[in-house]
Design a protein around this ligand. Structure first.
Ligand code: SF4
Length: 432
């Protein structure tokens, strides 16, 4: 395999950006970057263009002085400003490259902050290390979820709930679908993180400074007392929230692929039926039947279509699975993350496909050209290849800056698979 010494159009994003996506799913939490101001500006814009929502991220705004002499003073002043301006219950402190490069000791700075400002002892501070030169936004997201349970989860009376850790970045609509399904089937749970409202809020006359919604802090504390954890998203290479709860509190953790497509949705449902002892409701049995019908109807149009799939690891794996169920031909399967788990899973699903990890869009482009691809599926960042090669692109996942409705894109469960099947089929028909 050839080795690139420069990245041209990355297929991944900064690690602290993932931390915002996790912190934003926790009730009354303000994300804060310890680092230079540009990092927070760039990530706010990126998120705002995708979700079409105002996204506030505080920053300690490190300058040359901070980089040379340490940024403790900036961090402490920044925390005080955020407490005064936003009145949060939690401040999630993620590091950016500069803070990591100069070796800032955040736990020590938090200790000093506690001593210097005892009046703010009720504010929960959650530090998470997110050096972008080490990992991508996906690892940043999972590191943050672990840091959240590490800080908050407390052993108490056992409960009959199970934890549902969403260990992959999905849309607010996906989270709404999961919540609705859990409610409809009376499956008692704690879902973490809940971005269903915080990244897709209704218009109100006076918007709150921190969006309403997110997983309740009291519920996160109680994750240590649940009977089991189901982690959806199986590509993470770091110790996640579910694994931490297992090691620390002996709560068994089942790791499943994201429920995308028929089989992965069936696995998800059957595991939860087993844990709760309650069957899936008729509403979803009917949905499953309609999905099968849609797959049969579409098969003659989509079979053997050569497809390239790229983007976030777990979504790419789930979509590849759906394509194989539809009789399509995944030929290029790619992610920007350096991820052996992904590589193994992709090779197993499509042994004849080219699997690219730690790649950029220049690498994806050359494989797409070689393989005579007929359809591309992935984030909007693949649009230049789509245009250059005249290959239709189904925009899927994060980021999506040039089309509306990213927050309402559903890909999970039977309903999500049905919508995805229709979109893929119609895109192929449109371009025949
Ligand atoms: S790569 Fe590092 S310095 Fe650049 S925006 Fe991302 S976090 Fe900031």
């Amino acid at each position: 395999m050839s080795k690139n010494y420069a990245t041209v159009n990355p297929c991944t994003m900064c690690m602290p950006l993932g931390s915002v996506m996790a912190f934003r799913g926790i009730e009354n939490t303000m994300p804060f970057f310890h680092g230079s101001q540009g990092c927070s500006t760039y990530m706010r814009l990126h998120l705002a263009h995708h979700f079409r929502e105002p996204i506030d991220i505080a920053s300690s705004a490190l300058s040359e002085n901070g980089a040379v002499y340490g940024g403790g003073a900036n961090l402490k002043q920044g925390l005080r400003n955020v407490i005064k301006g936003y009145d949060p219950r939690i401040i999630g402190i993620a590091t950016t490259c500069i803070a990591e490069t100069i070796g800032e000791d955040i736990p020590q700075l938090i200790k000093e902050f506690r001593q210097e400002y005892p009046g703010h002892s009720d504010i929960i501070l959650i530090p998470v290390s997110t050096p972008s030169f080490k990992h991508s936004h996906e690892e940043g997201y999972n590191e943050t979820l672990r840091a959240v349970v590490q800080t908050l989860a407390k052993k108490d009376q056992p409960s009959d709930r199970f934890n549902l850790i969403v260990a992959a970045i999905v849309s607010p609509e996906d989270v709404r679908y999961l919540k609705q399904m859990l409610d409809d089937c009376a499956w008692s749970n704690i879902l973490l993180p809940d971005t269903s409202e915080t990244f897709d809020a209704p218009v109100v006359d006076e918007p709150p400074k921190i969006p309403v919604g997110g997983t309740r802090i009291e519920d996160i504390k109680d994750t240590a007392n649940s009977k089991e954890t189901v982690t959806i998203g199986s590509c993470s290479t770091i110790i996640g929230a579910g694994e931490y709860l297992d090691c620390k509190f002996n709560i068994p953790n089942i790791v499943l692929p994201l429920p995308i497509g028929l089989e992965y949705s069936d696995i998800f449902v059957s595991k939860i039926e087993m844990i709760t002892g309650t069957a899936l409701s008729r509403k979803y049995e009917l949905e499953r039947g309609r999905l099968l019908d849609a797959m049969i109807d579409s098969h003659k149009y989509v079979a053997h279509v050569k497809t390239a799939i790229f983007g976030n690891t777990d979504i790419v794996i789930g979509v590849t699975k759906l394509l194989t169920e539809l009789g399509m031909q995944p030929e290029v399967i790619a992610t920007g993350s350096d991820n052996q788990v992904f590589e193994k899973a992709a090779r197993k699903l499509a042994p004849d496909a080219v699997v690219l990890c730690n790649t950029d869009f220049s690498g994806i482009h050359s494989e797409i050209k070689k393989k005579e691809i007929e359809l591309m599926i992935g984030p909007f960042t693949g649009r230049q290849i789509s245009k250059a090669e005249h290959i239709p692109l189904v925009r899927l996942g994060f980021p999506n800056h040039d089309r509306m409705g990213a927050s309402r894109q559903l890909i999970l469960g039977y309903e999500g698979a049905m919508r995805l099947t229709d979109t893929i089929t119609n895109t192929i028909l449109e371009n025949k």
